[in-house]
Design a protein around this ligand. Structure first.
Ligand code: ZN
Length: 421
């Protein structure tokens, strides 16, 4: 990292605008007015009076003083306009990857006891040390992230029964799992439909079909092996979501943050939690463990299985590797990238890991910047700079104690990084 690189980093937002939305027809559910509608109507005033702050995405920060005066979570939902036929069901509790005492509780939304696809909310809590009224620890609610869909004006009793589904699907079907859902935005038009969502295997591949639960029409079928959309960290440069070249594993039904089986490249992304190991030089392959590769069971979207910077790193690596090959004739076999969000001094910065086998590139992308304003270095020129080191290792020795080879390495890696960008 030198002054030039910092300058490039700062101007990166301005000069990189060539990546648009991957698919023009796709309409993000966040554009639907039936999602978190309290943000756009008169309810917002009432919500604001009950919480510390309302964020533009609908998240609300809880004010402990207001809660002490008897306000409940139900009061906040009431102020948001949540009506009586809507209820919420506990799904799971997960610890924060960033803070030890922080954890999340996810609830899904039901309307007349039918699941509203994607609807619900997540609570952000801190584990209390004292004891609450029920005898358990007195946990403190810090935030609510709602993803609440307005009550749909559609009947919720299906004409089509679950037992009718196999007759509707094209045969053969080896196995199928179905779930009754209220979908919103299935056709990218923010509309409500009572649907059977069916995941099935036809002997060759896994598919997902959505069947209109009133008239039995198959609305949409997707090969479950198609790539998934993922949120991007830098929305200005890359758009809110990108379609990733990720890998669907038919055996587990999960999608992994690795290159798809029919890709020309073999990228693997490791999401290293802040408490995880620093994957620095020298290479310790045992630490580059596959358990750090994020996976999801969702057939359409990556959600919070990893952070947006992790998805973005995969997207950028998939973008630059064809350029290395076509423009420079540099072809990598396996590219392993650790996305490190650790702010410990030892883990800051990015580096290429010296690899003795020459078949694999190992790079670690970390945070960098002045204290209090750390930025993640997963941007095109820096990612390309580190990949360039991996190529140069084959030709020029990198010795931390020898200024000559080190300068040549850094100089050429900078040139390649900027050329790729
Ligand atoms: Zn370097």
């Amino acid at each position: 990292m030198n002054k030039l690189k910092i300058l490039i980093f700062c101007t990166f937002l301005i000069i990189t605008n060539s990546f648009g939305q991957a698919e023009g027809e796709y309409n993000s559910p966040y554009n639907c007015s039936n999602l978190n509608s309290f943000l756009y109507n008169e309810n917002i005033t009432q919500v604001e009076s009950l919480v510390y702050e309302v964020f533009p995405n609908g998240g609300v920060m809880i004010d402990p003083e207001i809660m002490e005066n008897g306000t409940t979570v139900e009061d906040i939902f009431g102020a948001m306009g949540v009506e009586e036929n809507t209820s919420f069901q506990f799904v799971n509790e997960t610890p924060s990857r960033l803070e030890e005492n922080k954890f999340f509780r996810r609830y899904e939304q039901l309307f007349n006891s039918v699941k509203v696809n994607g609807g619900g909310y997540t609570e952000v809590l801190y584990r209390g040390t004292d004891t609450g009224p029920g005898g358990g620890p007195c946990d403190e609610l810090a935030m609510i992230s709602p993803y609440i869909i307005d009550e749909p004006n559609i009947p919720t009793t299906p004409n089509i029964l679950e037992s009718d589904i196999l007759d509707i699907l094209p045969s053969p079907v080896v196995r199928a799992e179905s779930e009754l859902l209220i979908s919103h935005n299935l056709d990218n038009e923010c509309e409500f439909i009572l649907t059977w969502k069916v995941i099935y295997f036809d002997g060759v591949s896994s598919k997902v079909s959505w069947i209109d639960a009133q008239n039995g029409e198959i609305i949409k079928t997707k090969d479950a092996t198609v790539n998934l959309f993922a949120p991007m960290e830098n929305v200005d440069a890359y758009g809110a979501e990108q379609d990733l070249d990720d890998r669907f594993d038919a055996a587990t039904g999960k999608t992994f943050l690795e290159s798809s089986d029919d890709s020309d490249f073999n990228i693997k992304i490791l999401d290293i939690p802040p408490s995880g190991p620093c994957l620095t030089n020298p290479l310790d392959e045992d630490l580059w463990d596959d358990s750090f590769v994020p996976s999801t069971s969702n057939p359409e979207f990556w959600e919070d299985e990893a952070t947006p910077i992790t998805y973005q790193t995969f997207f950028l690596a998939s973008t630059v590797l064809p350029l290395f090959k076509d423009e420079l004739g540099i072809e990598f076999n396996n590219v392993n990238i650790a996305v490190d969000e650790n702010s410990d001094t030892d883990c800051l910065n990015s580096e290429a890991i010296l690899d003795p086998t020459l078949d694999n590139a190992f790079i670690r992308m970390g945070l960098f910047g002045p204290p209090g304003d750390l930025q993640h270095m997963s941007v095109i020129d820096m990612l390309s700079h580190e990949l360039a080191h991996c190529y140069l290792f084959r030709h020029i020795e990198y010795d931390f104690d020898k200024m000559g080879p080190k300068s040549i390495h850094e100089g050429i890696a900078d040139i390649i990084g900027e050329y790729i960008e």
